[in-house]
Ligand binder design. Structure first.
Ligand code: GDP
Length: 298
């Protein structure tokens, strides 16, 4: 991810090397190249516009610095603005003050929710928590089984519907799981919900009903970073239909151009909280905007 964007930005900055002071024409030319690089990386147009305007304003107003030459100064400005559009500070999970913390996952089918549920469970276990995974995706025939297999891999129990107990009723399963967590003293409940291939009203309603039933502390929107511009459209649809507190980007290990990752926080106003970058259960961590910016500008 981001290889092309990284290369293009590096080329742009190379042209500034050795310059004693940047003229307005230098800054304009640099901003034009940054704009093209971002658009080619699939970053959404409004985000590109704001980003380039901010760079231009700051670069023109930059004081002559002892510590940084003009080229380095531009790199620093781009770095700061990248961190800002990626959400600034790392946003950590908020835990419930009493009773189990309920985390609900929402997103399209194939986004990586079921895989992510298990990764998050393992991550929480490593933080000393005692999570319970909940199979409330009853749409996809294999989803319950997949969660059970993944739960076993990470050593976390899975609450799944059984005959006579919530079969066909994802809202009931989700509600019952919170009671189960209280009984068995789990401190975090991770509810995996159903997705469809595209956004549809029924899916949204089901997710909203589950949300109302479990009153989550955090709703996380899970999105495949490989789907490019569509990610932004889907993110907005879920924001309107279900609402969420944070975003999880999956498949960051892919070779997509990365624009989704760069656009989503800015356009939705919701922070990217976690990133998933591979098929292994440990390929998962908090999302750090500053590290991502450094990676792009490396
Ligand atoms: P769901 O329909 O949202 O529950 O999605 P799944 O968890 O079933 O994931 C869909 C596919 O994406 C599966 O083949 C996963 O192995 C794969 N997958 C999930 N997360 C990642 C990731 O971070 N990187 C890669 N390369 N593949 C992933």
């Amino acid at each position: 991810m981001f290889a092309t964007l990284s290369d293009r930005l590096a080329d742009t900055f190379k042209n500034l090397r050795g310059k004693g002071k940047l003229s307005d024409a230098d800054i304009d030319a640099t901003c034009r190249e940054i704009r093209i690089a971002l658009l080619e990386a699939d970053v959404a147009l409004p985000v590109v516009k704001d980003f380039v305007a901010a760079i231009k304003e700051r670069a023109r107003g930059a004081e002559v610095s002892q510590a940084l030459n003009p080229a380095q100064q531009v790199v620093k400005i781009v770095n700061d603005e990248l961190v800002a559009i990626l959400g600034g500070e790392t946003r950590r999970l908020r835990y419930a003050k009493s009773g189990p913390t309920v985390i609900m996952l929402a997103g399209l089918q194939g986004a990586g929710k079921t895989t992510l549920a298990a990764k998050l469970a393992l991550w929480l276990k490593d933080q000393g928590k005692s999570p319970l995974l909940v199979a409330a995706d009853l749409q996809r025939p294999n989803a319950v089984n997949q969660l059970q297999v993944n739960g076993e891999r990470v050593g976390v129990p899975v609450f799944a519907p059984e005959p006579g107990n919530g079969v066909g009723d994802p809202v009931g399963v989700a509600r019952a799981s919170v009671e189960e967590a209280k009984r068995k003293l789990h401190d975090v409940v991770i509810v995996d919900t159903a997705g469809r291939l595209g956004v549809d009203a029924e899916l949204m309603q089901q997710a909203a009903d589950i949300r109302d039933a479990v009153d989550p502390d955090e709703v996380l929107f899970v999105v495949d970073a490989m789907i490019g511009q569509d990610a932004v459209v889907t993110a907005q649809a879920f924001l309107d239909g279900v609402g969420y507190d944070g975003v999880v980007l999956t498949k960051l290990d892919g070779d997509a151009r990365g624009g989704a990752a760069l656009s989503i926080a800015q356009l939705t106003g919701k922070p990217v909280m976690f990133a998933s970058a591979g098929e292994k259960m440990t390929d998962f961590d908090l999302f750090h905007p500053d590290r991502m910016a450094s990676r792009i500008l490396d």
